[in-house]
Write a protein that binds this ligand. Structure first.
Ligand code: DX5
Ligand code: ZN
Length: 218
């Protein structure tokens, strides 16, 4: 499995997002947390900011939609040019249609599960998905403590993915840092979102390299 690192700009300075992107040229993705103050108790940014970011960086955008109505909004992020668009299982009412719309607009389709949402009920959707995102904190805020309780689900999701050909990426998001990334990688994750661990570091690019090395050796 190839390790990929997706720094979350939630932990960056929102007045300097272009600089935040430029600070991690060695990243695989730039993780963009879209929050609407309804699905999660926090408000961040939306499509206009994503459109501006697309012009400001050559890194592909990994848009994580923590919003109440992803069925309505997700296709527009894909049409705008996001490389990956992830919707939440707990929010989507028509996930098959929405995941297909994301793909047909040219983006990778991601499907996210909160810590308490089991993966097994979604096995039949696996063919509609390019990346499964397992939240390792309750969504809404950066800098929270990693939830070890999700580790067994990471293992079960990896096993499920392998049963279906092993092509789907398995992303973890929340509290991923030097102290926790090896546990995630060992359990089967291959795409790692990191906010505080990257943008809280003195040298964000070095932090990306360090996280990548730790995950690769796990
Ligand atoms: C939380 C967001 C995360 C957040 C992670 O709801 O989805 O992407 O930025 O931040 P850290 O890595 O600081 O936990
Ligand atoms: Zn996120």
């Amino acid at each position: 499995m190839a390790v990929q690192i997706s720094p979350s700009i939630l932990s960056a300075d929102f007045a300097r997002l272009a600089e935040a992107a430029a600070a991690v040229p060695n990243a695989d993705w730039l993780h963009v947390d879209v929050m609407d103050n309804h699905f999660v108790p926090n408000l961040t940014l939306g499509l206009p900011v994503v459109e501006s970011l697309l012009k400001a960086t050559s890194l592909p955008l990994d848009c994580h939609l923590m919003i109440e109505d992803p069925d309505r909004w997700a296709p527009a992020y894909a049409e705008a040019g996001a490389g990956s668009v992830t919707i939440h299982a707990e929010a989507a009412k028509t996930p098959v249609r929405t995941l297909r719309q994301i793909r047909s607009a040219g983006a990778r389709a991601g499907f996210a599960l909160n810590p308490a949402t089991p993966v097994e009920p979604y096995e039949d959707l696996i063919g509609e998905v390019d990346m499964l995102l397992l939240m390792t904190v309750e969504p809404g805020f950066g800098g929270q403590k990693f939830l070890d309780v999700v580790l067994p689900k990471i293992r079960r999701a990896r096993a499920l993915i392998e049963r279906h050909g092993g092509q789907i990426w398995l992303q973890v998001d929340g509290g991923v840092a030097a102290e926790t990334i090896e546990r995630c990688a060992e359990a089967g994750a291959d795409v790692f979102v990191a906010g505080n661990a990257v943008y809280g570091a003195a040298d964000p690019a070095r932090a990306v390299d360090a996280l990548r090395e730790l995950a690769a050796k796990a």
